[in-house]
Design a protein around this ligand. Structure first.
Ligand code: URA
Length: 234
């Protein structure tokens, strides 16, 4: 992390003020004055400002975001589409999404600067159930539900058993809750397409025990200590 951002992330001043402190020789790295504004702080560096060791900088941050449609889950986009980074832009740390949600999918996205946790949660062997609420076109029959539960071919890949329940069946559409452990690209959309129901709306409501709850669209909340411990223990 750039030195000015690192100092600002400890909450003692703004990035501009941090630049001044650095330029004026008030900042030391491992005991030596550092005047390079672009210096990249590495995890073992000891940063001192005005003779005091900086605490709380470079800390790990974990948030749950309710992603709206029309945002992509990367940090920048060459097509200039809106990114989820903008929705957590007031957090000084640079947070990365844990896994993906499609441009048109809404709901729970965990974002963090904890690379280790991101790695574990997205690693194929750590598959936790993710819950989605899906609005699909038409009628979803019992036999289609049975197929989804058992596993369907989504083009060269057969999905593993899923938990599926119909929340509501209306004449023209159905609302279904599905829990899956894998995370293939567009998996839920492809699973419903495989049984003949087009997805109209898709929302992720939970990742394991972490719930979206009443978080408003486009808003985020910090995860609780209990939630962070839960994720680390998965
Ligand atoms: N499955 C999908 O099809 N899309 C998502 O965004 C997440 C799961």
């Amino acid at each position: 992390m750039r030195l000015n951002k690192y100092i600002a992330s400890a909450g003692i001043c703004s990035r501009r003020k941090a630049d001044e402190l650095i330029a004026n020789g008030n900042v030391k790295i491992n005991g030596l004055v550092m005047k390079e504004l672009g210096y990249d702080v590495v995890p073992d560096d000891e940063v001192q400002v005005n003779g005091k060791i900086l605490e709380g900088a470079g800390k790990k941050v974990y948030v749950a975001l309710n992603k709206p449609t029309g945002y992509i889950t990367s940090m920048d986009d060459d097509k200039k589409r809106a990114t989820v980074a903008e929705l957590v832009g007031d957090i000084p740390e640079r947070l990365f999404p844990v896994g993906r949600l499609d441009y048109n999918t809404t709901g729970l996205l965990i974002m963090t600067n904890d690379g280790q946790l991101t790695y574990t949660l997205t690693h194929p062997k750590h598959h936790v159930y993710k819950t989605y609420v899906v609005k699909v076109e038409g009628v979803i029959s019992d036999s289609r539900i049975a197929k989804l539960r058992k596993g369907v071919d989504i083009g060269g890949f057969v999905t593993s058993p899923a938990k599926v329940k119909v929340v509501k069946q209306m004449p023209r559409y159905a609302v279904v809750e599905i829990q899956i452990r894998e995370g293939k690209n567009r998996q839920v959309r492809k699973m419903f397409a495989a049984v003949g129901n087009k997805v109209q709306e898709l929302e992720r409501t939970a990742i394991g025990d972490i719930r979206l709850g009443r978080l408003m669209s486009g808003h985020y909340r910090k995860l609780t200590v209990k939630e962070i411990e839960y994720l680390k223990g998965l």
